[in-house]
Design a protein around this ligand. Sequence first.
Ligand code: ATP
Ligand code: MG
Length: 722
Amino acid sequence: MTAATHSSSFPAAPDSADSADAVLLGLDPEQREVATTLRGPVCVLAGAGTGKTRAITHRIAYGVRSGQLMPASVLAVTFTNRAAGEMRGRLRTLGAGGVQARTFHSAALRQLQYFWPKAVGGDVPRLLERKIQLVAEAGARCRVRLDRNELRDVTGEIEWAKVTQTVPADYPVAALKTGREAPRDMAEIAQIYGTYEQLKRDRGMIDFEDVLLLTVGILQDRHDIAEQIRSQYQHFVVDEYQDVSPLQQRLLDLWLGERDSLCVVGDASQTIYSFTGATPDHLLNFRTRYPQATVVKLVRDYRSTPQVVHLANGLLNQAKGRAAEHRLELVSQRETGPDPVYAEYPDEPAEAEGVAGRIRDLIAAGVPAGEIAVLYRINAQSEVYEQALADAGVPYQLRGAERFFERQEVQKALLALRGASRSGGNDPLLEDVVELGSQVRAVLSSTGWTAEPPAGSGAVRDQWESLAALVRLAEDFARSRPGVTLADLTIELEERKAAQHAPTVQGVTLASLHAAKGLEWDAVFLVGLTDGMMPITYAKTDEQVEEERRLLYVGVTRARLHLTLSWALSRAPGGRASRRPSRFLNGLRPGSVAPGSPPAAGRAARGRGRRGPVLCRVCGKTLTEAGELKLMRCEDCPSDMDEGLYERLRDWRAVQSKEQGMPAYCVFTDKTLMAIAEAAPAEGGELSMISGVGARKLERYGADVLAICAGQEPAGADADDA
Ligand code: ATP
Ligand code: MG
């Protein structure tokens, strides 16, 4: 993984090292405008990978080096501590060390600590590291029993209320209005929230949000202090401005006072934190607020190949809502690269194995493991990838989440399972229940787990998902080895745990899409892209679904070169293939139908273009199932497949897969081979029409496959394009 701000092509120019203009050399004309417009409000509205972060870093460096900005007078605000650290490093390299780059929170905390004695007197209150304990106490005082998960979600609601500056009494109305799914009765939450605040005050403590709230309070009430801060910081730069919360915006306004030396950059299409109260309105309304603002749009995408950018643009073309109205068509500045790969797998383990295999290929072909990422929607999806990578001997690291077996709920479940396996023989319930999956469910329900997912999308849901993943693991294990016992399962789980605990070196990144914001990798795998996961089932309103689409856009645009999008038709091996690929990919992946496109009645499917509905080439019916799309006919319509050709193709595939050390379906899936055997294409154009034969595969395998179809021996098994 490379931090976006690090991969600069800023030239080392020894002769002009001291000159400010040297900083501008690595920028395009629009970025240069951003960098040189040092006065007045500046707003950069631009898509992913267009160099927003780079432009503001260079802007600060240019201002400092040209003597127009005093380093100590600049405050750069970024989204995470990591991003802030990277920006400081980058600024140092560019000769602008000494500029403060912080998150809103860390900047406010520093100011609060400094001014507390003067503003309030006495010692600065202690920072409450974790709210949960105090929320539990507040719950108890209100006589509301909350289990551990509800506690987390009530805490989430309190945090939301605080960043949206909603006081306890107003919480129910505000929560209703914004359609929040509260984990408990809203009046109860309001009461717990109020009590929590009181307890905190009584103990002289402040929480994370108080840091911002109190700083805002002091700046509002104490003009002398506000002036002192304003005399230090005169210029403000904010990255990822589309995800600013109302509270952060308030703080920014107070820092600025009447002045307007503010530069904000953002991409409304990457708004992915609305659920925490963030809103792109501040970014989109910037011009209204500051009519004199310089607004710069960047459209050149320096990060990704035209192939990746084409998909990103396609995704946004289908987006709706306010953010989407402001989208900009990205134009890739890079040379062409491989087409995005769409990979459909029969089940999740096969998907993980396929991804791990392809990662191994990439590493073998020279892509560093640290330049590869697997991104998923929810953290519970990590386990199967942790395992597949461990099995494939590929080092990995998790971002923004604990490893699966280190999660508290999973550890607790393992403990319960071990206990049950020891006493299992005596337990009539367990004797009755023959199926391992049911046994595991029974044990987990004794720890409070329910078969049905809880409502809402908070911590309760995350933990439920982790345990559901554990149940699935048990079921898959039982299926693969009939007759296994609970004791066998606990041994298996221990082994997995040990394998995944292998010490990590610089490895493949496993991260949720949310945690991938602002970052970039050479190769990105977006996995688990089924309807239900992307968009996630609990995204119900149009706005929630649009936020999911933006999340996928963020994922796609993390890739510089290789992008693979995959999904599995069923969860477990042998399961019913009931899942469908993400609706967001309709009209974008080969063989799929764009939403709202009219049926092209009567058009033969064979020889069709890549877009538009696919019709069964036997009966003419519109096809929607992924498997049928591949075959280009209904599953039960008569096949005119040349069985002998199919067998020869399979034999050839087996050799390929062995030679390249990757699973057979990574060469071609069965469905694709069947479709080839049915079509028996005579030339490349015909072959490329078959779903599953992308440009890369055509180049790599086309000659072989066409030779086999023509009844000849393939020229050579050596296909080395990697
Ligand atoms: P995101 O929306 O994902 O945060 P961004 O707009 O902030 O993206 P950057 O991370 O600044 O984009 O830049 C993306 C990549 O393109 C980085 O590797 C950066 O170094 C490179 N880049 C940006 N501008 C240029 C340029 N003018 N010349 C060469 N490379 C550039
Ligand atoms: Mg950025």
